[in-house]
Design a protein around this ligand. Structure first.
Ligand SMILES: [Zn+2]
Length: 391
């Protein structure tokens, strides 16, 4: 069996958490197969499965035909019995939804945000909307976790958003605590591009895949999933490609430095470069490009090429299987075309050969699905299952 993502070996073989871990690794199996794999007595296994069924963590998913005798029931982890609240805040958009532990989004709402918004403007709305969604779905009692994606670096220890350059009012703001108190569940904070990359990793359904997710909206960020895990880096800023400097360019960036790729190729930069022509907002840029206006489309293409130049280095270092590009600007066809052609030209030939580059297949939902997947990992972790079973 492929062991790249094995979760077993953390608890005792007999613990409920370990039974769930083995079920996740093996996929649907019969009681007998599970018993053989775990080396438990039949009585102990029945007891564990009773506890897990009572907590709605294990369910039967069908029958396995057998040669002679009765067909045996197949057991699997129940990923539909619990839900997570998932939210994503960017400089211009906020989304909030409810998803189950398969990553199926059951309710979703997206709103545009005013410039300069603060956590005090957004978090109460996010909490109210999530509670409404849970109530409408009749799933208040099933809430098990929550996740929030924001741009920039996150201090995972304190749950503080450290430095989103496109959202200055969110700098050094505690986000985990108010959400955890508001929803009475554990909250995971994640960088927006990491959440996108994880969503796309799940959609690819390839456990070994290394996925590079790129998000281009007001700012530019990237996230990496390696061997099924988001790679956050030593200080939580892995993938912050927006502030890599492009040589000989002096445009001032929102981070305070000059010549960053975000100052040239982000949505904010495109608004600035089209201001002379009456463009004021990112939706204005999108409208101009979507209606085929030549100058705006050429600028979007050039922006894609600049991001492609930066990504060529990243791709050469990581040698990923997939590059998935999302965000309001990232999903514009001229931008994506510029990014793709430059990346193919400039990355190492072998890393570029066969590299699958494309738009985020989950579209605007990629971050929410990624957060639901991360919530599932937290809820189904052996220690979390053992705590639940003991409670
Ligand atoms: Zn910068």
């Amino acid at each position: 069996m492929d062991d790249v993502n094995r979760r077993t070996g953390t608890g005792s073989a007999a613990s409920p958490g370990n039974v769930v871990a083995v079920l996740r690794d093996l996929g649907p199996v019969t009681r007998q197969q599970l018993q053989q794999h775990l080396g438990l007595s039949r009585a102990t296994l029945v007891e564990r499965l009773d506890v897990l069924a009572r907590h709605r963590l294990v369910t039967t998913v069908g029958l396995r035909a057998s040669s002679g005798g009765r067909p045996a029931q197949l057991l699997a982890v129940d990923r539909t019995s619990r839900v997570a609240v998932v939210g994503a805040v960017g400089a211009t958009l906020v989304s909030v939804g409810v998803a189950d532990l398969r990553g199926t989004v059951l309710a979703e709402r997206t709103e545009r945000l005013p410039p300069g918004h603060t956590p005090d403007d957004v978090l109460p709305w996010l909490l109210d909307t999530a509670r409404d969604q849970l109530r409408t779905l009749g799933r208040q009692g099933d809430l098990a976790a929550a996740g929030l994606a924001v741009p920039g670096q996150i201090d995972q220890r304190t749950g503080i958003s450290v430095m989103p350059p496109t959202m200055t009012a969110w700098r050094d703001q505690p986000l985990r605590t108010p959400l955890a108190e508001g929803l009475s569940v554990d909250v995971q904070l994640e960088n927006d591009a990491n959440a996108l990359a994880y969503g796309e990793y799940l959609a690819a359904d390839a456990p070994r895949a290394t996925v590079l997710g790129v998000s281009v909206g007001s700012g530019i960020g990237a996230g990496v999933v390696i061997g099924g895990r988001p790679h956050r880096g030593a200080t939580g800023c892995a993938g912050e490609i927006g502030h890599i400097r492009i040589e000989d360019r002096e445009e001032r960036c929102t981070c305070g430095r000059h010549g960053c790729v975000a100052a040239l190729a982000s949505g904010t930069a495109l608004v600035r470069r089209l201001r002379f022509d009456g463009v004021r907002t990112i939706p204005d840029v999108i409208r101009r490009v979507s209606t085929g206006e030549q100058f705006a489309s050429d600028l979007a293409h050039e922006a894609g090429r600049l991001v492609g130049t930066v990504l060529a280095t990243v791709v050469t270092i990581l040698n990923p299987d997939l590059v998935r590009v999302g965000g309001e600007i990232g999903s514009l066809p001229p931008f994506l075309a510029g990014l793709t052609s430059t990346l193919r030209e400039q990355a190492h030939e072998v890393a570029a050969r066969g590299l699958d580059i494309g738009p985020a297949v989950l579209g605007e939902r990629a971050q929410l699905v990624g957060l639901a997947g991360l919530a599932a990992e937290a809820v189904l972790a052996p220690a979390a299952v053992d705590r639940l079973a003991a409670g």
